[in-house]
Design a protein around this ligand. Structure first.
Ligand code: IVH
Length: 690
């Protein structure tokens, strides 16, 4: 079935409503029944709200079969139907992401209860809005007898066998549980489980497996797993479950509030999210919304909002329902993490090691709290698997601070004749041949340092803070320097004079002086920083430190055989070969020699053996500012002595190195009885043990 067409809004409301209904029915079917949504939720919500608004303005257009009068999908052939004795309803959704959403809800509830401003504030339960799949669990005499999906709210699908595979769902309740209990909640997939699942799927696809696909997001993966006809497939997906309500309970317990009910569920063995809390009045609803919004990406699972529920069950009963939505609850959404955009172009970028990366240039779209204009397509295989083409309408996802990605294309909206993406056979920057080594997914420009793109990246890598650090030498300046032909190799940087710099476009005298000073300052460095800064493939900061510690001097590293390199802790064959072949290239040795000739220097040491690493095996945590050492210097010193520097204090921490304005970490150290040192103490410790 093709996506139904949506006439422009200039048409009569009746036509527009009919077209919206057809379109919403189509997408609801794809979402609920096929687990293959074509558009992001935010887009669906927009269409849904538009239809709701038309129907509110023209009640005669509200047909009984309108999707606004239903709650969900359809029963998939293959599962037995389950008739819900208590319908599974949805809750009203507030998409205004400001505090107003919560305040308006509180005001509506108060009005419905006939409360005035003089009356006390209402109590609510604030919950997370889990982004999974609603499930109803029926227990008779303490035994799970049936698990049903929501379906259309009245009739769902019997997925009992699949649900039984979920470890977090009790199959049997404790003896004090009631004879009949129907629990409502959400089945979901944790984000790490989702990533692992997609990794596995990608591996299967790469191995040529047919009919396998990756999942757009954790919710689709969870829904797909619950609605598997083969429950052994479900069992391989580590699903989780949170309970958030009760549909039936008999004999009824003497509980007065929703919160007490949730506590009771917990005591019967159901998982209830620990963030579930009580809130009094609109201010506390707003505070919860904001607090959870800020912590949203630290949660191990996806949520798309929070839910407010009136706590007192008697008040819930008085409030009742309007058009099949409870008046006592509200889902307050966060800004969507998926949106539609169009692909304006697919560019190919060349990285430091010559790696070619296709990047989709997108029409600007606000998603996950930022405006996104680019999304990496990783490599050719990935771009072709997703089949992203110029002009395509795509779903863009940005979850937390994860880099934005194109998760899927809407093939129905493709411009006829759009060509599939192909990696160019020549480097887009230097026209050298592009190569793909057997067994690798990456394409590489073969131009090496002949390629200006690689040269630029090599300089930025060298100049970054974690490497040799040349303050102020950023992307713009490097572009200018390379494009103007002033700098071709790393040593050229040190040969730049003030005059050459000051002649560059938009370069003030002062900035030129600063760059010269920064270059001068960078000459005094350390061996690990220098090694890392050379940009040897696979040599990261940690391996650079290991190498420096082991060999002590650069010439020993440059001349080490693969066998000798393999002696270094944590250096494996890939790294050892990469280091050897880097220094086998005469031009790389030349670069090193010239850099030293330009004055780049560091303290060379004798190779360290065990007794010279007095703090081996000790874990330190740094906090506050030290009188004479910078944080980096203290870290370098500790690591050179063999210690590990960790980010947070735990029972495993040996010492906390604390300076001025030390905060919570110091308190934690005291609480856990961890030894605390100041800078003088550290020096004394090193002197004593060294
Ligand atoms: S309460 C009558 N609480 O959001 C009230 N629903 O439209 C029934 N959801 O698909 C729902 N987290 O599965 C409730 N803490 C929560 C929820 C929640 C997620 C889902 C629910 C349904 C939709 C509500």
């Amino acid at each position: 079935m093709n996506t139904p067409a949506l006439p422009s809004s200039a048409h009569a409301p009746s036509e527009r409503a009919a077209a919206l209904r057809a379109l919403l029915d189509y997408h609801a079917h794809r979402y609920h029944t096929l687990d293959a949504p074509e558009i992001p939720d935010a887009e669906y919500d927009r269409l849904f709200c538009e239809l709701q608004a038309i129907e509110a303005a023209h009640p005669s257009l509200r047909t009984p079969d309108s999707i606004t009068q239903r709650v969900g999908g359809q029963v998939l052939a293959g599962f037995a139907p389950v008739r819900h004795q208590v319908p599974m309803l949805s809750i009203g959704t507030e998409t205004d992401t400001s505090a107003n959403g919560a305040r308006a809800f509180d005001a509506r509830v108060r009005r419905a209860l006939g409360l005035s401003d003089a009356d006390p504030q209402l109590e609510y339960v604030t919950e997370l809005k889990f982004d999974g799949l609603a499930i109803s669990l029926r227990y008779e005499n303490g035994v799970l007898v049936q698990a049903g999906t929501r379906g259309d709210g009245e009739v769902g699908e019997d997925v009992t066998n699949n649900i039984r595979t979920i470890g977090q769902i009790p199959l049997r309740l404790p003896a004090d549980a009631p004879a009949l209990l129907e629990v409502r909640g959400e089945v979901y997939l944790r984000r790490d489980a989702f990533e692992a699942l997609n990794d596995r799927q990608r591996a299967k696809i790469a191995a040529g497996a047919k009919g396998e696909k990756t999942f757009v997001n954790p919710r689709n993966a969870a829904a797909g797993a619950v609605r598997q006809l083969d429950s052994s497939v479900t069992a391989q997906r580590p699903l989780s479950f949170f309970a958030y309500g009760v549909a039936q309970i008999a004999p009824a317990p003497a509980l007065q509030t929703h919160f007490a009910l949730l506590q009771q569920l917990k005591s019967w063995g159901f998982a209830v999210a620990e963030q579930t809390a009580l809130a009094r009045g609109a201010d506390e609803l707003v505070a919860f919304y904001q607090r959870i919004g800020a912590a949203r990406w630290q949660l191990p699972f996806d949520i798309d909002g929070v839910v407010y529920k009136v706590n007192a069950l008697a008040l819930q009963q008085r409030l009742g329902f309007v058009t099949r939505e409870p008046r006592w609850a509200l889902a307050h959404k966060y800004p969507a993490q998926e949106q539609l955009s169009t692909v304006l172009a697919i560019d190919v970028q060349v990285g430091r090691t010559g790696k070619l990366t296709p990047v989709a240039r997108l029409a600007p779209v606000f998603v996950g709290g930022v405006t996104v204009t680019n999304a990496t397509l990783h490599n050719e295989d990935e771009a072709r698997r997703k089949d992203v083409r110029v002009g395509d309408t795509v779903i863009v996802r940005r979850a937390g601070d994860v880099i934005p990605e194109v998760v899927a294309v809407l093939p129905e909206q493709r411009t006829p004749g759009a060509a599939a993406f192909r990696m160019p056979s020549q480097c887009p920057v230097c026209a050298s041949a592009v190569l793909r080594e057997a067994g690798e997914v990456e394409h590489r420009c073969s131009g090496g340092l002949y390629c200006p793109a690689q040269r630029k990246q090599a300089m930025l890598h060298y100049a970054q803070r974690r490497a040799v650090e040349v303050e102020g030498l950023g992307e713009k300046l490097v572009d200018q320097l390379v494009d103007a032909g002033l700098v071709n190799t790393l040593p050229d940087l040190y040969r730049l004079g003030l005059n050459a710099l000051a002649r560059l476009d938009r370069m003030a005298d002062k900035s030129a002086q600063n760059i010269v000073a920064a270059l001068e300052k960078s000459k005094q460095t350390t061996l690990p920083r220098f090694l890392f800064g050379l940009g040897i493939r696979h040599v990261g900061e940690a391996s650079a430190k290991d190498l420096a510690r082991h060999f002590g001097r650069l010439d020993r590293i440059m001349n080490a055989s693969v066998e000798q390199l393999l002696q270094v802790k944590d250096i494996g064959p890939v790294l050892a070969h990469s280091i050897r072949s880097f220094f086998d290239q005469p031009h790389n040795r030349e670069v090193v020699e010239q850099l030293r000739a330009c004055g780049v220097h560091w303290d060379e040491q004798e190779p360290t053996s065990a007794p010279e690493r007095p703090l081996l095996g000790k874990t330190f945590v740094l906090t506050g500012s030290l009188p004479s050492l910078s944080r980096q210097q203290a870290k370098d010193m500790l690591e050179a002595a063999g210690a590990k520097v960790a980010a947070s204090v735990s029972k495993k921490t040996d010492y906390v190195l604390a300076g001025e304005a030390a905060g919570g970490k110091l308190e934690q150290a005291h609480a856990l009885g961890v030894a605390v040192l100041d800078e003088a103490g550290l020096r004394a410790l090193l002197a004593q043990t060294g």
